[in-house]
Unconditional design. Structure first.
Length: 739
């Protein structure tokens, strides 16, 4: 017979059941908490413990110039990381921190935080190190192999951005940061296109956190980013940068910047701001002046702040990010607007007395000179302020602003570069409702408002392009990894600003400015150059100017536009004396390089160079007869000419000197180059010939009685071979080219 449970036994059974139920509830609750509420978190933790996920960095796309010359490319490099969970001793931590700090100049505090993250299996130390740095790290690990550092430190393949041309177009191209992302310029603007898609290697781990065989690995290949083909041409960019660097050296200016544009398409063929920086070391200050100023700062914190500001300053692309008062270059657009509206005709005359009363003050012409009665074809070369004030008033503020807007001065150009400055009504230019007679008058000759250099050259190019305003651009094509074109830029016309007839008239007037007016220092023999100069005082830096030139060539068939601006030149400061000669040298180099044939006038032909006759192989006396008109200097006692300088068919001046050698194994005859600066053309030629050299005349040489030499291609007091052709540059410094 079964014994009836006692009350105590029943209570125990109920308590046991309740306990079991409670246990099950807690268990179910924990399972719910783990699997439902934090399921994803624990799943990821499990995967991290069971799987090794290594990123394969993708190569960034290449950047090419217009002829497929590499400007920027990704090269193989190395990435260093550690697995802090494998660190077992304080000695290991110290060795790792000491080594990384010394080898890679990294912040010690940051390194200490990384080595102390014991729960982490991956901490990046540094990327983009080269083979030599990798070798130094490997050597360091081997020196301390007793501490098993190689079990903690990993080295994986990585990529590094490399710029084979150094500072070439640096403010345009930009650079990448430590994470291989664009920081400035095209690298920033086209970062999404240039950035490839990273690959991955996922490998299973064993219980000891070691990798399992390759059978357990899955690889996803990296995909290279798209590449860019630029409109910038290496040779044209070189000529531009060379001349801007010389401008800073000659004028001690703060900055010099310039643009070369295809008139018909808006494509940028060259763009530069000087001083700039080396793309391979963008954080290094390149300007010796700036470095000297930084060294003078005693306070370390202040010095670091100023260094940071200097870095940002050298990265800045000033032709699109900075604005300036255009000065007299802007008179081109007032003239075009007046012609288009019928306010002005080629026959319209105006009598300049040297000043004009505007509201309660008198406005003078730039050189306080009365120009007398003149038409537009005389007022533009004279850069007559009173003429353009009067025409601006006749045009009226509504129509003035109509063309101000039409030429693009109230909007961004839309160039495919970052940080283009945005015009703001009431700030950078007058809103029409705020424009009174004084504001209209000052704006009519380019003062009291600001524009950007890229706006200016785009507007000037429209006058050479039949009145069509184009959108400027720097990237012509985007290519995939196999070189296929995935995008091609089509030239875009924004609008027809003025008629073709008006634009054609402006081309002829602009050429006259170069032939007889303020831009005569941009003259190049044999080429039709059209342009205008400007000089404007900087509003925020009293007493300092910006000297500028903008124009295009050939004037009778415009192909390329050039803008030059020199910021805070010292000594001579006007656009006609400072900027125009630079533009002339750039036009001379580029037009010849582009095989645009010169078209000499009869006067230019009379002054032009000739080719040296071939005297080699002739008897000495016969050579002298063949070189009639030249001075022949014989070196040696032989009877037959075996060599000559200048060589046969080389360009040289008429009535120049030819040195002939009459003995085999001859030693070149040399002499000291004389100082050929601050001379007239005839004086320079005489001194050069007397010293045994030839000169090639470049610059504003059509008015030989007015111009003086200011530069020579071979420095004075250096040694050169007799007969060498030295290019001597001439310009006018008279008051009529000061604007």
């Amino acid at each position: 017979m079964r014994k009836k449970p006692t009350r105590e036994m029943s209570l125990r059974s109920h308590l046991a059941f309740a306990g079991l139920a409670l246990f099950l509830l807690v268990l179910i609750g924990n399972l719910f908490y783990i699997q439902i509420i934090h399921g994803e978190e624990y799943r990821l933790k499990a995967e991290r413990n069971q799987l090794s996920d290594t990123v394969i960095n993708a190569n960034r796309g290449t950047i090419y110039d217009s002829n497929m010359k590499v400007i920027a490319q990704s090269a193989s490099a190395w990435l260093v990381y550690i697995n802090p969970s494998k660190i077992t001793t304080d000695e290991q931590k110290k060795l790792l921190v000491d080594g990384f700090e010394e080898l890679f100049e990294l912040d010690r505090e940051t390194l200490e935080k990384k080595v102390n993250r014991s729960e982490s299996g991956y901490e990046k130390i540094i990327g983009q190190i080269d083979n030599s740095q990798k070798a130094e790290l490997t050597e360091y690990l081997n020196e301390h192999k007793d501490q098993k550092l190689s079990m903690i430190v990993g080295i994986d393949p990585d990529t590094k951005r490399y710029y084979p041309l150094g500072s070439f177009a640096s403010t345009v191209v930009g650079f990448t940061g430590s994470e291989d992302t664009g920081r400035a310029g095209l690298e920033l603007q086209y970062n999404d296109e240039l950035t490839g898609e990273a690959g991955r290697v996922i490998t299973a781990k064993n219980a000891l956190a070691g990798d399992l065989p390759n059978d357990y690995a899955t690889t996803y290949d990296a995909t290279q980013g798209y590449s860019l083909v630029l409109t910038i041409h290496e040779v044209i960019q070189y000529y531009l940068e060379q001349q801007l660097e010389q401008a800073i050296e000659e004028t001690d200016a703060k900055y010099a910047y310039g643009i070369v544009m295809d008139v018909q398409t808006g494509a940028i063929l060259g763009m530069s701001t000087k001083p700039d920086y080396n793309l391979n070391s963008p954080y290094t200050i390149s300007s010796s002046k700036v470095l000297e100023e930084l060294e003078k700062i005693a306070d370390e914190k202040e010095r670091q702040t100023e260094k940071l500001n200097a870095q940002y300053a050298q990265w800045r692309n000033r032709v699109i990010s900075d604005s300036y008062e255009p000065g007299s270059v802007f008179k081109l657009f007032v003239a075009a607007a007046c012609l288009e509206e019928g306010v002005l005709t080629p026959e319209t005359t105006y009598n300049c007395t040297g000043s004009i009363k505007v509201a309660n003050y008198y406005q003078n012409c730039f050189n306080h000179k009365a120009h007398g009665v003149q038409t537009l074809n005389e007022a533009l070369p004279n850069s007559c302020n009173t003429f353009f004030i009067t025409m601006g008033q006749r045009l009226g503020k509504e129509k003035f602003m109509k063309y101000f807007e039409a030429f693009g001065f109230t909007e961004k150009t839309g160039i495919d570069l970052p940080s283009e400055a945005a015009p703001v009504a009431g700030t950078t230019y007058y809103a029409v409702e705020d424009m009174g007679i004084a504001e209209l008058s000052s704006a009519s000759f380019g003062q009291t408002f600001q524009i950007t250099p890229i706006q200016m050259i785009t507007a000037v190019a429209s006058l050479g392009n039949g009145g069509k305003l184009m959108t400027p651009y720097v990237v012509s094509e985007i290519l995939d990894e196999d070189g296929n074109i995935v995008y091609e830029t089509e030239p875009t016309m924004k609008r027809q600003v003025v008629s073709e007839e008006t634009a054609k008239l402006m081309c002829s007037y602009m050429e006259q400015v170069v032939l007889t007016g303020t831009a005569k220092n941009a003259y190049v023999a044999g080429y039709h150059i059209a342009g205008k100069t400007g000089t404007s005082e900087k509003l925020n830096v009293p007493g300092q100017d910006i000297a500028s030139f903008a124009g295009f060539a050939p004037a009778n068939d415009p192909q390329i536009a050039v803008l030059i601006a020199v910021d805070e030149p010292q000594g001579l400061t006007t656009g006609g004396v400072v900027a125009a000669p630079i533009a002339g040298r750039i036009f001379e180099n580029i037009l010849a390089y582009l095989n645009i044939d010169p078209q000499y006038t009869d006067e230019e032909m009379a002054k032009s160079t000739v080719t040296a006759p071939n005297l080699v192989g002739q008897k000495t006396e016969g050579a002298k007869s063949s070189a009639s008109g030249f001075t022949v200097k014989v070196v040696g006692s032989g009877e037959t000419v075996v060599a000559q300088m200048p060589a046969a068919n080389q360009s040289m001046p008429k009535n120049g000197i030819i040195v002939v050698y009459t003995e085999e194994n001859y030693e070149k005859a040399t002499a000291t180059v004389p100082d050929l600066t601050n001379l007239s053309i005839s004086e320079a030629n005489r001194i050069a010939v007397n010293a045994g050299f030839n000169i090639k005349i470049s610059g504003a040489s059509q008015n030989s009685g007015e111009v003086r030499s200011y530069k020579q291609s071979i420095e004075k007091n250096t040694t050169a071979e007799l007969g060498t052709v030295i290019t001597v540059y001439f310009r006018s410094s008279s008051s009529d080219v000061s604007d």
